[in-house]
Design a protein around this ligand. Structure first.
Ligand SMILES: Cc1cc2nc3c(=O)[nH]c(=O)nc-3n(C[C@H](O)[C@H](O)[C@H](O)COP(=O)(O)OP(=O)(O)OC[C@H]3O[C@@H](n4cnc5c(N)ncnc54)[C@H](O)[C@@H]3O)c2cc1C
Length: 398
C-alpha cells in the first residue's frame, strides 16, 4: 500500500491535467499528495512536424487559466492559430450577406477571439507543468477503483492508493463514473465530425468561418500560414459518403459546401472522423468522488466549447476546494456540492444552447431557422449585442 494521497486525478487529458496543476498551486494540498494518472501521455509536437488533426479553439477564459497554471507559455507560438475574426452564416445566405454574423476582435476591443492549439501540445505542456509543480504523474491506467470507509481505493500498475478524493477526468467513457455508480444520460446526434487540415487558394489568415448546412455545420479554423483545420459535422450516411471520396473529390465537395469562401481547398492531411453525442452525468459528485470534463458532459463541437467547459469545471472545483472551511477535508461534501451546483447548471445551459442551434439549422428552410437567421442579422447590425455575445462565449457562458 502506497502513502495515502489527498487528491487522485484519473485522466491527464487537458481537463484533468489542468485540475492537478491548479490544485497543486491553490487548493491547500501538498503537491506531493496529489497523483495524476494518465496512461497515454503525448509528446509535444516537434517544430518541423505538420499541425496535428486534433486541435481545439481555446476561448479567452480557457487561455487565461492555462496561462495561470504555466502551461500556455510553454506552447510553440508559431504553431498557434490566432482567430481575430469569425464569420458565421446559414445555408440559405451567401457568406458576405449583411445578415451573416461577424465578430471582429479589433471592433470588440479585444486582441483575439480565440486561439487554435493542438490538443497534444496543450496536454504535453500541462503534464510537464504538473511534474514541475511536484504532482506525482503516473504513466499508467487505473485498473481498479472502489469506495469504502470514506476513501477511494485505486489500483495502478500493481500499486494501491487510498485517496480522500478521486477526480474522474477520464473522458466520455469514464470508468470512475461507472465505479461511483453515477448514471448518465446519452443521446447520439447520428452525426460524424470529420477533421482534417486544408490549404485554401485564397487564404484569410486569422479568420474563422462556420456555415450551418442542413446536414450539419462546417467550420474552417485558422492555422498558422493560412492553412485551416476543418470540423465538418454531417449526418452519418452523408459523412460516410464523404469519407469514401478520394482526397481531390473530398476537397472539391468541401470547397462547394463552404461556397468557395476561401477559394479552392486542397487536402494537406489525412481525414479522421468522430461520432458525435451528447452526454450528461446525472450527478457530478458521490462520496469521495467528483467528475469533470467529458466524464461529466459531452456536447456537439459546433460551438467549440467542450474543452473550454471542462476547464471551467477544473477552475470551479479548485475554487470550491479553496473555500472549504478550515479543518474540513478535501472531500467535504459542502464544497463539492457548491461545485456541482455551479457547473451542472453552466454545462446544461451550454449543452442546451448547442443542441438548439443544431436542431434549428438542420432544417434551414424551416421557420425556426429563418427566425434564427433574422436574429443573426439583427445581432450583426448591433455592436453592443455582438459585444455581449462575444463576452459570453469568451467566458464560456452560453
Ligand atoms: C471533432 C471535435 C472537435 C472539437 N473541438 C473543440 C474545440 O474547438 N473547442 C473545445 O473547447 N472543445 C472541442 N472539442 C471537445 C474536446 O475535444 C473535449 O471536450 C475534450 O478533449 C475533453 O477533455 P477531457 O480532458 O475531459 O477528456 P479526454 O480528452 O477524453 O481525456 C481523458 C483522459 O483520460 C485518460 N484515461 C481514460 N481512462 C483512464 C483510466 N482508466 N486510467 C487513467 N487514465 C484514463 C485518457 O488516456 C485521456 O487522456 C471537440 C471535440 C471533437 C470530437
Amino acid at each position: 500500500m502506497s502513502a495515502p494521497v489527498e487528491l487522485a486525478v484519473v485522466g491527464g487529458g487537458i481537463v484533468g491535467a489542468t485540475l492537478a496543476a491548479l490544485a497543486a498551486q491553490q487548493a491547500r494540498i501538498e503537491p506531493a499528495r496529489i497523483v495524476l494518472i494518465e496512461p497515454a501521455a503525448p509528446v509535444a509536437p516537434a517544430a518541423q512536424e505538420s499541425i496535428d488533426l486534433r486541435v481545439s479553439a481555446f476561448a479567452p477564459a480557457g487561455i487565461a487559466l492555462l496561462t495561470q497554471v504555466g502551461a500556455w507559455p510553454l506552447l510553440d507560438a508559431s504553431r498557434l492559430g490566432v482567430c481575430e475574426r469569425m464569420r458565421i452564416w446559414p445555408e440559405h445566405l451567401p457568406p458576405d450577406s449583411p445578415d451573416a454574423l461577424v465578430f471582429d476582435a479589433a471592433e470588440l476591443g479585444e486582441s483575439q477571439l480565440a486561439v487554435i492549439a493542438e490538443n497534444r501540445a496543450v496536454q504535453a505542456a500541462l503534464l510537464a507543468r504538473c511534474a514541475a509543480l511536484g504532482v506525482r504523474v503516473l504513466p499508467h491506467r487505473v485498473t481498479h477503483l472502489s469506495f469504502a470507509d470514506d476513501v477511494a481505493r485505486l489500483e495502478v500498475n500493481g500499486e494501491t492508493f487510498d485517496a480522500q478524493l478521486v477526480a474522474g477526468a477520464d473522458g466520455a467513457e469514464s470508468a470512475v463514473r461507472a465505479a461511483a455508480g453515477i448514471s448518465v444520460h446519452r443521446r447520439g446526434y447520428q452525426q460524424l465530425a470529420i477533421v482534417a487540415v486544408v490549404r485554401p487558394s485564397r487564404p484569410q489568415p486569422g479568420v474563422a468561418f462556420q456555415r450551418f448546412v442542413s446536414t450539419g455545420p462546417v467550420a474552417l479554423l485558422p492555422l498558422p500560414g493560412g492553412d485551416c483545420s476543418i470540423v465538418w459535422s454531417a449526418q452519418e450516411p452523408r459523412a460516410n459518403e464523404l469519407l469514401a471520396l478520394d482526397d481531390a473529390a473530398f476537397a472539391a465537395e468541401l470547397t462547394r459546401v463552404t461556397t468557395e469562401v476561401l477559394g479552392n481547398l486542397q487536402m494537406v492531411s489525412r481525414r479522421a472522423a468522430f461520432p458525435l453525442r451528447r452526454l450528461a452525468a446525472q450527478r457530478y459528485i458521490a462520496p469521495n468522488c467528483v467528475l469533470l470534463g467529458d466524464a461529466a458532459h459531452v456536447i456537439h463541437p459546433l460551438a467549440g466549447q467542450g474543452v473550454n467547459q471542462g476547464l471551467l469545471d477544473a477552475q470551479a472545483l479548485v475554487a470550491a476546494l479553496v473555500s472549504r472551511p478550515r479543518g474540513e477535508g478535501i472531500a467535504a461534501l459542502s464544497a463539492l456540492r457548491r461545485y456541482e451546483r455551479e457547473r451542472r447548471a453552466g454545462n446544461a445551459l451550454m449543452g442546451g444552447m448547442v443542441d438548439t442551434l443544431d436542431r434549428i439549422f438542420s432544417r434551414p428552410t424551416g421557420l425556426p431557422a429563418r427566425i434564427a437567421a433574422a436574429g443573426m442579422g439583427l445581432v450583426n447590425r448591433n455592436l453592443i449585442a455582438r459585444r455581449f455575445f462575444f463576452r459570453q462565449a469568451a467566458a464560456g457562458r452560453s
